[in-house]
Ligand binder design. Structure first.
Ligand SMILES: CC(C)(COP(=O)(O)OP(=O)(O)OC[C@H]1O[C@@H](n2cnc3c(N)ncnc32)[C@H](O)[C@@H]1OP(=O)(O)O)[C@@H](O)C(=O)NCCC(=O)NCCS
Length: 167
């Protein structure tokens, strides 16, 4: 098992061979990540082997908002009727060579920790994710994400629950 660390994406990271099995997620890290960085549309964090540069996995965060009407009633009855501020976990993927070794879990927990840290200086009610398919949704549900009301793959995790998951 390779020891890995999470770093902010930079130009020196080797990502041409990255393949997670989902073409849109591969395409992002191969071809689009630099534009997202340049235009400040998302910040990407990569897992690399300790002392190395080859990308084994990554996630991307952006600011987001969820419509009040999409929040399930048990949560929304305690919320104001306006868009709810969230951190959007826009992408998360692990290279096929490293899948099944708890790197996905490590990246998810790192993303939740980062969202929790952000919530100390900015209103963040939850972390939002648009799972790419049912399998990805099953992965997120394991960690407590539940569906919003508009689509079964549109999930959220209140930041207070993230705090419990990380404890
Ligand atoms: C989904 C993905 C991120 C999981 O990463 P991983 O490193 O293979 O998973 P881990 O080894 O960290 O697994 C942690 C736990 O999640 C479970 N798990 C992993 N993939 C799962 C899936 N698709 N559905 C349900 N559970 C899953 C594991 O069985 C493990 O459970 P355990 O605690 O009971 O042992 C990875 O397989 C991947 O990149 N897939 C392709 C891209 C993708 O679907 N990304 C989702 C973002 S939209």
């Amino acid at each position: 098992m390779v020891e890995w660390v999470v770093e902010l994406f930079g130009k020196g990271h080797e990502r041409a061979a990255f393949a997670c099995g989902k073409p849109p997620l591969d395409d992002f890290i191969h071809s689009r990540v630099n534009q997202y960085e340049k235009r400040r549309l998302g910040k990407t964090f990569v897992a690399v082997p300790k002392g190395g540069k080859r990308v084994l996995g990554y996630y991307t965060l952006a600011a987001g908002a969820v419509a009040f009407a999409q929040v399930p009633p048990d949560a929304s009855r305690k919320l104001p009727k306006h868009p709810i501020p969230v951190v959007l976990l826009a992408r998360l993927a692990v290279d096929q060579s490293a899948q099944g070794m708890r790197l996905g879990e490590g990246l998810l927990l790192d993303a939740l920790k980062r969202a929790l840290d952000l919530s100390k200086g900015l209103g963040v009610y939850a972390v939002e994710v648009d799972a790419i398919d049912d399998q990805a949704a099953a992965f997120y549900r394991k960690y407590g994400f539940t569906p919003l009301l508009d689509a079964p793959l549109h999930l959220y995790l209140p930041i207070s629950t993230a705090e419990d998951v990380l404890a």
